[in-house]
Each structure stands twice: as structure tokens, then as C-alpha cells.
Design a protein around this ligand. Structure first.
Ligand code: GLU
Length: 373
């Protein structure tokens, strides 16, 4: 893959597009016309079969203008949180109007670092994203800035976008910023060269970035983008940085092939990379032969195929899946606590609700959260 393959991003099955504050907000005023043209690009991607998830900044910048806060609302954490609460309402309205003009329903999703780091909450976020896309809505994600405190914040939407891509099992992330991409030195220097392809974010690459956001509006900056690229590359996700400061920026980027592409360093699907980095299994599910055979063909583990449940585990924990002879078939994130697994062992779907007291989940271990041995 080279920069000439940037159009591949457009062929991704699922793409996360991150929009920076400086693109969306100018002197406290939303750039609604620009957003309209960006959305036209996103709609085109959708029509060509790519599912799009947006990660949008801009809440703090918009709210700070409304509240007349100094330093763009970034003077203190309390200022940023208050600005974000006000600005998020406006931001959601903007996206809802822009997408609505194309008949697309906007879905707001506000997440904190913990939502994507904790395994149980990660599963919830990932299921919500999948369900929204299936229902035809376009998720518009931001950090829940008004409650996130300094220690538990992403702080920048670049890393958030990379984590969302993992949770959504996306193949690619596009960071739209107000710079063309990564330069080999400070882009203000005359002979700075745009790097079109990065094969691994090494310390040498990290050293090329300066910390500050060039616009002063967002908190991103190139360092945050490189950290995002590092998360993505390890998860097997392609990430590109391109300049969004044009009308119809995605169409332009694809036409002119200008940007920096970070090539994934790990194979396989994002969620599976995430899984393979997990700890020792907390329990063992034993499945019957039918279930084992289905699993080998890529199916999920259903309660009907369970014959034994060992260990004490909670929803979201990693469990091993064994066959009838104790052979290891795979491992994955379990959708139920151990006691619930025991309660529905061997039951068909229609029989589970009564036992559980709520509508059963689609599987005991879903294929998307499972790696085969
Ligand atoms: N979540 C912040 C906002 O909506 C933006 C963070 C960033 O600048 O990357 O204003």
C-alpha cells in the first residue's frame, strides 16, 4: 500500500472520519456550508458501500463562543467542561441538520476513555455502533468532555478516533485536519517535506512532530495524531491524515492523493488484534460437536451448543472455548456472567428469556469478539 492507494480508504468496508475543531468552527461560528460539502462526500462514500462513523470535535470551541469564555474555553478544565456541555448541543444540531438534508439520521454517542478501555463497556459501545450502522444511522462520536476529568480523558479526538475504529472493527481512519499530513520537520520551515507513507511509527517518526495544535482551537497537534496512528497500526487499521480545509475535502484528497498514510503493522481484524492482546482466560466454555463445527466455519457460540461452563467470570471477560475432548477451539469475550451461562446452558433462543429475566443477547461469544485457535 502506498499513498497512491489512498483511494483504498474509500473502499474500506467501515471507515472512521475524524473532523477537527478548526475545520468546523471559525471564530466561534460553525462552518455550516463546509460541513454540508463534507457530508456530501460522506454520503458518496456510503452510497459506494462504505459504512461511515464520524468522530467530531468542536464542542468546546462552539460552547466557549456562546459562553464568552477566554482562551477558547481551554483556560481550565472547568471551562472546557462547561463549554463542551453547551457546545455539544450545538454540534449535535449541526450534524443532525447536515445529515438530515440527505435523509440520514444522525446518532450522537458521547464516550469516555473508560468506555473504550473497560472490557464490558467496550462491548457495549461496540454493540451500539454496530446496531446504529445496521439501522442506517450515522454515528457522530465525541468525548464526553463535560464529565471526563483530566486523568481519565482522551483529551484529543485523534486517539479517540483510533479507539472507536477498534471498537467498531473499522478498517481505516481518516483524520481530517488543517495540515496536509506529517512533515519531516516543522512545516513552517521552507524545505519541510510531506511524508506520504509511514511504515511503523518509530521514535524517529515521533521526533518529527511538534506537540501543539497548529490552529490553537483543538487539542490534537501532530503528536496526538502519531499516537493515534500507533494505536491504529497495532490494531491492523490503516490511518490517513489529510487536509480538510477545502470544500469537499475527501473527494479532493482522493483526487489529488495528498496526505500521509500510515500502513497497518498487524494483520487481521481490529477487534481480533485487540483480543489477542488480552490476558489469560477467566473461564472455559465447553461446546458440543455441532457448535464446534459451526465455530470452525466462523459462527458464534450459542447457548444451545454449550455443554459445560467452568470458572467465575463476568460479562466482557475473556473465556477459552473447548471442544468435547477438551481441545482448545478458540477464545473470546463472553456476553454473560458465568452464572447466566450456566442458567442458559443448552437452551435454544426462545427458552432463554424466561431463565434470564431479559431478552437474550445474540450469542454467548459473538464471532466478532472471538479468535479461533
Ligand atoms: N472533544 C473536544 C471537543 O469536542 C475536542 C478534542 C480535540 O480537540 O481533539 O471540543
Amino acid at each position: 500500500m502506498t499513498i497512491a492507494a489512498l483511494p483504498d480508504l474509500a473502499n474500506a468496508r467501515r471507515l472512521v472520519v475524524k473532523v477537527g475543531s478548526a475545520l468546523l468552527v471559525e471564530r466561534g461560528v460553525p462552518r455550516a456550508d463546509w460541513l454540508g460539502l463534507l457530508v456530501a462526500d460522506l454520503v458518496r462514500l456510503r452510497e459506494s458501500g462504505t459504512e461511515v462513523i464520524v468522530v467530531s470535535s468542536g464542542a468546546i470551541a462552539l460552547g466557549a463562543a456562546k459562553l464568552a469564555m477566554a482562551k477558547g474555553g481551554r483556560g481550565s478544565l472547568a471551562d472546557a467542561q462547561a463549554s463542551a456541555s453547551v457546545g455539544q448541543v450545538e454540534l449535535a444540531r449541526l450534524w443532525s441538520a447536515a445529515l438530515g438534508a440527505h435523509g440520514i439520521t444522525a446518532a450522537q454517542m458521547l464516550v469516555t476513555l473508560g468506555d473504550l478501555e473497560d472490557r464490558r463497556r467496550y462491548l457495549n459501545a461496540s454493540a451500539t455502533l454496530a446496531r446504529l450502522l445496521e439501522a442506517g444511522a450515522m454515528p457522530v462520536v465525541n468525548e464526553n468532555d463535560s464529565v471526563a476529568t483530566e486523568e481519565i480523558r482522551f483529551g484529543d479526538n485523534d486517539r479517540l478516533a483510533a479507539r472507536v475504529a477498534q471498537a467498531a472493527d473499522a478498517e481505516a481512519v481518516l483524520l481530517l485536519s488543517d495540515v496536509d499530513g506529517l512533515y519531516d520537520r516543522d512545516p513552517r520551515e521552507a524545505d519541510a517535506q510531506l511524508i506520504d507513507r509511514v511504515e511503523g511509527v518509530t521514535p524517529r517518526i515521533m521526533a518529527m512532530a511538534t506537540g501543539a495544535s497548529s490552529s490553537g482551537l483543538g487539542s490534537g497537534g501532530m503528536q496526538a495524531k502519531l499516537q493515534a496512528a500507533r494505536i491504529a497500526e497495532r490494531a491492523g487499521i490503516a490511518l490517513a491524515i489529510a487536509n480538510g480545509a477545502y470544500d469537499g475535502p475527501i473527494a479532493r484528497m482522493l483526487r489529488e492523493n495528498r496526505g500521509t498514510l500510515f500502513v497497518p503493522q498487524a494483520g487481521g481484524s481490529a477487534r481480533k488484534a485487540w483480543l489477542s492482546g488480552r490476558l489469560a482466560p477467566a473461564g472455559v466454555l465447553t461446546v458440543d460437536e455441532g457448535c464446534g463445527a459451526a465455530l470452525a466455519k466462523g459462527a458464534s457460540v450459542l447457548a444451545a451448543g454449550l455443554t459445560d461452563v467452568a470458572g467465575t467470570f463476568h460479562r466482557g471477560d475473556l473465556v477459552a472455548i473447548h471442544g468435547t475432548k477438551g481441545e482448545r477451539l478458540g477464545q473470546g469475550l463472553v456476553e454473560y456472567d458465568a452464572a447466566e451461562c450456566r442458567a442458559i446452558l443448552g437452551l435454544r433462543e426462545g427458552e432463554q428469556a424466561e431463565r434470564l429475566g431479559y431478552a437474550p443477547r445474540a450469542a454467548v461469544v459473538h464471532r466478532d469478539h472471538m479468535v479461533r485457535a
